[in-house]
Write a protein that binds this ligand. Structure first.
Ligand code: AVI
Length: 323
């Protein structure tokens, strides 16, 4: 392997790719799945029959929207802060309910992508021209920091849908929840989705769909490196390989090199050697049960106030308060 210690990185993507591919075992962060093409592929995944998470959470929200909006609203007005809003499909069920029942609220969707926010804002305003909507572009961390520094005279309800927390190992999940807790006051609520432990085959199918969209989603990371770092990954020479460990509830996705090969990343002045069947770990998608969620909450200074599950108990949305 050739490496140049003096390499200057153009951005954290380059730096993290360098770190991950020169480590043993090799890894890459799933946060880099989401460029324009990755966003589109993820939308496609969410519509797949095998990717049950979306439909389960939609059912939960649809069936409990009256109860949830009562809990959110209380007696006064509130800010509905959605982290990682995306296209807001599931949230719109709640927005409809809140508007029909004439609640006083401001919808504050937050996303890393300004493009996503612009489309969401346009759609929401088309549906409900009188809604109060304030979009904010940024990372969760920066926005939460800002929220915790603001003086708030209004109740805040933070919403994180889709089991996004599952892409973090427990240590970082606790850090994430702790950061959220620090931005909350006693009357504030956190509404968050957690995908549950279930038949391992159902989970494996969700991450190894029959149309190969999840494979393309994982391999898009290699395409991005090819394009952005002038590299020559041959996508055909890597197999997408998800595994699920029912003991700890962790799904891990790998890209496995099908042969002995060397890949060059010209912009990083780096040659990476892969032995035949060597892996790159790309993502974790953690699955939970009530014990784990209560433990995470406890570690972060939160308590579960209420929870809602779909009829098959595949997915649960929990409402947390500060302890
Ligand atoms: C965004 N996140 C919760 C998804 C998940 O289920 O881990 C990303 C994903 N990866 C493969 N399919 C979907």
């Amino acid at each position: 392997m050739k490496s140049n210690q003096e390499t200057k990185f153009k951005n954290t993507f380059e730096e993290e790719v360098y770190e991950g591919l020169t480590a043993f075992p090799k890894y890459l962060s799933s946060k880099y799945f989401y460029d324009k093409k990755g966003d589109k592929l993820f939308q496609k995944i969410m519509a797949l029959p095998e990717y049950y998470l979306t439909e389960c959470e939609r059912t939960i929200i649809e069936e409990n929207k009256a109860d949830i909006s009562n809990l959110f609203s209380g007696d006064a007005g509130f800010d509905l802060v959605e982290l990682g809003a995306g296209d807001g499909k599931k949230t719109k069920i709640l927005l409809q309910e809140l508007i029909e029942t004439k609640r006083d609220f401001t919808y504050k969707p937050i996303d890393i992508s300004q493009n996503v926010l612009d489309e969401l804002e346009e759609d929401v305003l088309n549906r409900w021209p009188s809604i109060n909507i304030e979009t904010e572009q940024g990372t969760y961390f920066n926005i939460l920091k800002k929220l915790s520094e603001q003086h708030k005279d209004r109740k805040m309800v933070i919403v994180v849908l889709g089991s996004n927390i599952g892409n973090l190992p427990h240590k970082y999940a606790v850090e994430f929840l702790t950061t959220i807790r620090k931005s909350m006051q006693p009357e504030d609520l956190l509404f968050m989705g957690f995908d549950q432990k279930k038949d391992p085959q159902v989970i494996l199918n969700a991450y190894n769909d029959s149309q190969g969209v999840t494979e393309e989603f994982n391999k898009n990371l290699l395409s991005r490196i090819n394009e952005e770092m002038n590299a020559n990954f041959d996508l055909q020479k890597f197999n997408h390989w998800p595994v699920y460990d029912p003991e700890n509830g962790t799904t891990k996705s790998f890209l496995v090199s099908t042969e002995d090969q060397t890949v060059t990343l010209q912009n990083l002045d780096l040659d990476i050697h892969f032995s035949a069947w060597e892996s790159i770990h790309t993502e974790i998608s953690q699955k939970y049960d009530d014990v784990i969620v209560n433990w995470l909450a406890q570690e972060a200074g939160l308590v579960v106030e209420k929870q809602y599950s779909d009829p098959k108990n595949y997915f649960t949305d929990y409402i947390f308060r500060i302890k």
